[in-house]
Write a protein that binds this ligand. Structure first.
Ligand SMILES: *Cc1c(COP(=O)(O)O)cnc(C)c1O
Length: 227
């Protein structure tokens, strides 16, 4: 199927759900992103700052870009002016820098940020524990930040085809979301996203309450890292 057909397929699949599609274009050139754009898609994810900046420069500026990969504090400055959402916030230190750079650029809209929670048992994955997320949200420093808006949580499940295990991880992330919501964001509609699910497990994730699936190869085909 073509990229445009894949976009239409996901539109159809998600139509009666609260879930949106982040089309993950990492390793694929801007022309491929353009194919999805021309099919009407406007929400794209990248995991590397340099690649994101390069593609952004080649494409229309009404795209909402989401950074979904680990972000080093010294690279925040390259994306702070235009980024819609940083899904991979994993420390107060990083959030501080995002807030600082957004203020320096005089952004009129805050940078949307999602707290990445580690839900897989693979220790290589980045992310905070639930307790660390709580500590961040309780901190006086966070409460003083005016240029970031925490919109939800993000998680990367274990790379497995064990459905029961995936379900448990997705359920855990949903519970984390609900507890944070009840504790820190009771009357705030802005905190509403649970980003979970990829090409191999998005259906399970949607069944478990995902509001944002991040699909790469299921839209753009296989990735080739040796370019
Ligand atoms: C690459 C990536 C995806 C998409 O993976 P696919 O299996 O190609 O759908 C989703 N989330 C993150 C964080 C990624 O880095």
């Amino acid at each position: 199927m073509s990229i445009a057909e894949n976009i239409l397929y996901f539109d159809e699949q998600l139509r009666n759900t609260p879930c949106r599609l982040v089309a993950v274009s990492k390793t694929h050139p801007a022309e491929k992103v353009r194919e999805a754009y021309d099919a009407g898609h406007r929400l794209f994810g990248e995991n590397k700052v340099q690649e994101l900046v390069e593609k952004r420069d080649q494409l229309p500026h009404d795209i909402a870009w989401h950074l979904i990969g680990h972000l080093q504090t010294n690279k925040v400055k390259y994306i702070a002016q235009f980024i819609d959402t940083i899904q991979s916030v994993d420390s107060l230190k990083l959030l501080r820098e995002i807030n600082r750079r957004a203020e320096m650029f005089g952004r009129t809209l805050p940078i949307n940020c999602m707290l990445q929670i580690s839900i897989a048992d693979e220790e290589t994955k980045f992310g905070m524990s639930y307790e660390e997320a709580v500590a961040l949200l309780q901190s006086e420093e966070y409460r003083q930040m005016n240029y970031v808006s925490i919109t939800g949580v993000m998680g990367i499940a274990t790379n497995t085809d064990d459905e029961e295990k995936l379900r448990q991880e997705f359920r855990y992330l949903r519970q984390c979301f609900q507890q944070l919501k009840d504790t820190f964001f009771v009357a705030k509609d802005s905190f509403r996203e649970i980003s979970m699910g990829m090409t191999s497990d998005w259906q399970l994730a949607v069944a478990e309450g995902s509001t944002m699936i991040r699909v790469g190869s299921g839209i753009f085909g296989e990735r080739h890292y040796n370019r």
